[in-house]
Design a protein around this ligand. Structure first.
Ligand SMILES: [Zn+2]
Length: 232
């Protein structure tokens, strides 16, 4: 399983991007019972499940105590496909067994996976994986068409992809079961800019089952930032 719990790696991350990753929960079952394997968890139990992109994992920029409490999972274009048993299993482990308080979807500008999804290339096996990005581009074509510059349009799609993956994560059984049981859990979206080595939190956060309002607000904020004046 493509999950690692890295320690003290990388350089830095914007402080406010991890400021509420504290408050580690002692690993327990959802009912609050002491787990038989509790003694096997590390001294600082994970508090965050982080999905990043394989071609430039922003997670490598995180250092210090923050890194030691994050479970990292990377794939091409930081996706949460409903058919990816690997990603869903890792998320289930993080939410159910580790009781993490945050799930982070972290994309990055200039993502080659996102670019490949909308580029002119022959269909190959990667096209199957990148279908969620293709669907996001089609869904928000009315919005993307309002951005003249090609590079800017790709960056906007990178952001849209993160927003869509936050929505996808909020629909998983792991997250919905956690919310229904009253477990404290937020799903949030970040995007990494490799040029200034900072992570921007563009306010995609959901923390309850009815997350449609959060999603719509995130799209509206994105459209405003890119100066898109068309009706959303
Ligand atoms: Zn990427």
């Amino acid at each position: 399983m493509n999950v690692t719990n890295r320690r003290n790696t990388g350089i830095r991350i914007a402080p406010d991007a991890v400021d509420d990753f504290d408050g580690a929960a002692t690993p327990r079952g959802r009912a609050g019972n002491r787990r038989a394997d509790e003694e096997h968890f590390p001294p600082n139990p994970p508090t965050c499940f982080w999905i990043g992109c394989s071609d430039y994992p922003a997670a490598s920029e995180i250092e210090g105590e923050s890194a030691s409490t994050i479970i990292f999972h990377d794939n091409i274009a930081n996706l949460v496909p409903s058919t990816d048993i690997n990603c869903l299993s890792a998320m289930h482990y993080a939410v159910e067994s580790c009781c993490v308080k945050n799930i982070v979807i972290c994309g990055h500008y200039g993502c080659r996976g996102v670019a490949a999804a909308v580029g002119n290339h022959k269909f190959d096996f990667l096209s199957n994986w990148l279908n969620p990005v293709v669907r996001a581009a089609a869904k928000y074509r009315f919005l993307l068409d309002g951005i003249a510059d090609t590079s800017d349009r790709l960056d906007a799609l990178c952001e849209l992809n993160v927003i869509e993956q936050v929505a996808a994560a909020s629909r998983t059984t792991a997250v919905r079961d956690a919310w229904e049981s009253g477990q404290s859990l937020a799903v949030r979206g970040l995007i990494y800019d490799r040029h200034n080595r900072l992570v921007e939190d563009f306010q995609v956060r959901v923390s309850e089952i009815d997350s449609a309002t959060e999603h719509e607000a995130a799209i509206a904020t994105l459209a405003k930032r890119w100066n898109i004046r068309r009706k959303i």
